[in-house]
Design a protein around this ligand. Structure first.
Ligand code: GLA
Ligand code: ZN
Length: 671
């Protein structure tokens, strides 16, 4: 199976290209400007269904033929969409059952995009037919490099609550639970009179008078992720059948605010991984969030290179305030993705729209044209990527892993938990941030990791792994000499949502040598002090250390004298437990202590502005490493390096200066 867009020379560089929004004479100018910008890959046709199938079964592909021919003549490869991301109005008008429904029974109209129900047989049949028609039309087109199925599955409609979805949910539940008795047991329906006596009584977790059943919510999240995945697979299978040599992807949304798809499961179904990442324009640490997302992608890709399918050249149009990127930020963002393992970075989109809801979203060619900061930076990076093409195919090594789990994220997002102030993604980010600030490269791994996969790491961090049946892989990892840092809200329930009894943190209790008798979440704005001078917000708990050694206790607050951080020796390794919402400096210190004890080299305090990642691979049959450094600060930084700095071509014989706001890529030589 081909696992990368075919025929792309070097790093991929380009954008979503939506030529149908422009008169044909503009297309020739587009291709000429793409040449200037060094563009080598564009995604075409993502939202073109209404113009490709103008009425039921009547396809009009001539315009797309001309687009593809012109791109090919200009040397640009095409990631061709199956165009199924937005069904056309004729389809949803003729068959309103294609439209999705919300939890309160509102049918969502056409007039924007993604207005389809994942369980609609009509949508699926029409989408698969369009994918087949496109595959048959373009199977031999020389521009065809990859297939782009749908677009950002679940972005706008992560779950549909209609009657067809209710029926599909029941079928899914029958396969998962086998019998109604098992379902009643799993959902704990001996509660609030929820016991089911027939499958037909089961519906999606629609709007109810009080909180929904947690087991039902979690299963519906699982079902909804699977339902969209089935839809993707239906198109993918047709593409594989008609064009077996062309790799298929769909763009993920591994980002701070999207949780609906279990991407560990999805990752196994694409031929190469691709992601869309948009920075939070107003967030001062948006660059750390970018690295987080890129590292998760590399984890999903199993360490192999992945493609950044979309980011923005400057402002987006959908945040509260759409702040333009600073000079150099587009470049830093692009290199940061490459540093963390991307073999190409594309934008949404090529030419900024003049009509439609995305008029104010930046693009490679802005409204103001080419005499602009954005286009100049686009040309610069496009030219630079050609100088670092040798990096393609290389990988990133990490000695620390973080366990990341969409299912715990779903479970912890449900109502009726001990506090509403806890947010899974923010919690994982806080730990990642401390590792990032320590200059440590991190891999993300799935929750049910094979202990042998964990043993590749000196330190494994387990943040809020709430939904877990047992901790066996982690016990084996620590017994074998690993260092583990587990944080609060881990091990609390099994995968059905039933609480592990005997004290928290349930599944991890023995490994950590602790037992918590009661949660003590803090009040809004409340902070407690620990006896090592650090402080905590959001969360504390009434913890007893059994075999574990107490490393810090509360000095005040509701639990004075109670342990807050513990360390337990288990077999040949060490298991730490962080039982409170440790803030900023305290978390930095704890993470650096665990790194030191695990023998992981880390940067000194004060070096947080410059991000350094190493990729390693081969050039001409010899092993090579590249140091990619991105300076997010406003002062020049000097790093030790020996080799050739590829962007300038200059030799670094001992050190290299990463200019303020700039980047360097050094092909390192052994000294
Ligand atoms: C998403 C979509 C694109 C576009 C961008 C705008 O990533 O995939 O079509 O709407 O958002 O940021
Ligand atoms: Zn539905």
């Amino acid at each position: 199976m081909t696992t990368w867009p075919t025929g792309v020379p070097g790093l991929a560089w380009g954008a979503d290209y939506n030529p149908e929004q422009w008169p044909e004479p503009v297309w020739a100018e587009d291709v000429e400007l793409m040449r200037r910008a060094g563009v080598n890959l564009v995604s075409v046709g993502i939202f073109s269904w209404a113009l490709l199938e103008v009425e039921e079964g009547r396809y009009e592909f001539d315009w797309l033929d001309r687009v593809l021919d012109q791109l090919h003549a200009g040397g640009v490869r095409v990631d061709l969409a199956t165009a199924t991301a937005a069904p056309p109005p004729w389809l949803t008008t003729a068959h309103p059952e294609v439209l999705p429904e919300t939890a309160d029974g509102v049918r969502l109209s056409h007039g924007s995009r993604q207005s389809y129900c994942p369980s609609s047989p009509i949508y699926r049949t029409k989408a698969v037919a369009l994918a087949r028609a496109l595959a048959e039309r373009y199977r031999d087109h020389p521009a065809l490099s990859a297939w782009h199925v749908g677009n950002e599955y679940g972005c706008h409609v992560p779950r549909c609550y209609c009657d067809r979805c209710a029926a599909a949910f029941r079928t899914w539940l029958q396969a998962r639970h086998g019998s109604l008795d098992a379902l009643n047991e799993a959902w704990g329906t001996a509660f609030w009179s929820q016991h089911y006596t027939a499958w037909e009584q089961i519906v999606p977790p629609r709007v109810t008078p009080a909180q929904n059943n947690p087991g039902q919510l979690l299963d519906f999240d699982r079902f909804s992720s699977d339902a969209l995945l089935e839809l993707y697979k239906a198109e993918r299978d047709v593409l594989h059948e008609v064009t077996p040599g062309v790799p298929v992807t769909t763009n993920f949304m591994v980002t701070w605010n999207f949780s609906a798809l279990d991407y560990w499961k999805w990752a196994a179904e694409v031929d190469f991984l691709s992601n869309d990442h948009y920075t939070r324009a107003e967030h001062p640490e948006r660059h750390i969030d970018l690295s987080f997302s890129a590292d998760v992608m590399r984890g999903l890709a199993g360490g192999k290179p992945w493609l950044l399918m979309e980011h923005s050249t400057s402002a987006v149009n959908w945040q509260v305030r759409n702040i333009a990127k600073l000079p150099g930020e587009l470049r830093r963002n692009s290199y940061a993705h490459v540093a963390h393992g991307a073999d190409g970075t594309l934008f949404f989109q090529w030419r900024q729209s003049r009509a439609g809801a995305e008029r104010y979203h930046s693009a490679m060619v802005p409204h103001a044209g080419t005499d602009t900061k954005v286009f100049r930076e686009v040309e610069l990076v496009g030219a630079e990527y050609q100088r670092i093409a040798e990096i393609v195919g290389s990988t990133v090594d990490a000695s620390v892993a973080v366990v990341y789990d969409w299912q715990s994220w779903w479970a912890l997002s449900q109502p009726a938990h001990p506090t509403s102030d806890f947010a899974y993604q923010e919690h994982v980010f806080a730990l990642y941030r401390a590792l990032w600030r320590a200059g440590v490269t991190v891999d993300f791994v799935p929750p049910v990791a094979d202990p042998s996969a964990l043993s590749a790491y000196e330190l494994v961090v387990v943040p809020a792994l709430y939904t877990v049946d047992d901790a066996t892989p982690y016990e084996e990892y620590v017994a074998g000499g690993g260092h583990l840092l587990v944080t609060y809200l881990s091990g609390i329930t099994d995968t059905r949502g039933h609480v592990h009894l005997g004290g928290y943190p349930g599944a991890f209790r023995e490994l950590l040598g602790v037992r918590t008798e009661e949660f003590h979440p803090l009040r809004s704005g409340e902070a407690v002090t620990l006896d090592d001078g650090s402080s905590a917000t959001v969360w504390t708990e009434h913890l007893h250390a059994d075999s574990a050694k107490v490393m810090a206790s509360y000095a005040d607050g509701p639990l004075p004298g109670v342990p807050a951080v513990t360390r337990n020796e288990h077999g040949d390794g060490v298991a730490w437990y962080l039982a409170c919402g440790l803030t900023g400096d305290g978390l930095d210190r704890l993470v650096r202590t665990t790194l030191d004890q695990a023998g992981v080299h880390h940067a000194d305090v004060g070096q947080e502005g410059v991000e350094v990642v190493r990729r390693s691979g081969q050039v001409g049959g010899s092993a090579v490493s590249w140091l990619v450094a991105v300076n997010h600060g406003d002062g020049d930084v000097e790093l030790s390096a020996v080799g050739v700095e590829l962007l300038s071509g200059a030799r670094a014989s001992g050190s290299v200066v990463v200019p303020a706001g700039g980047v360097v890529v050094v092909r390192e030589e052994e000294v």
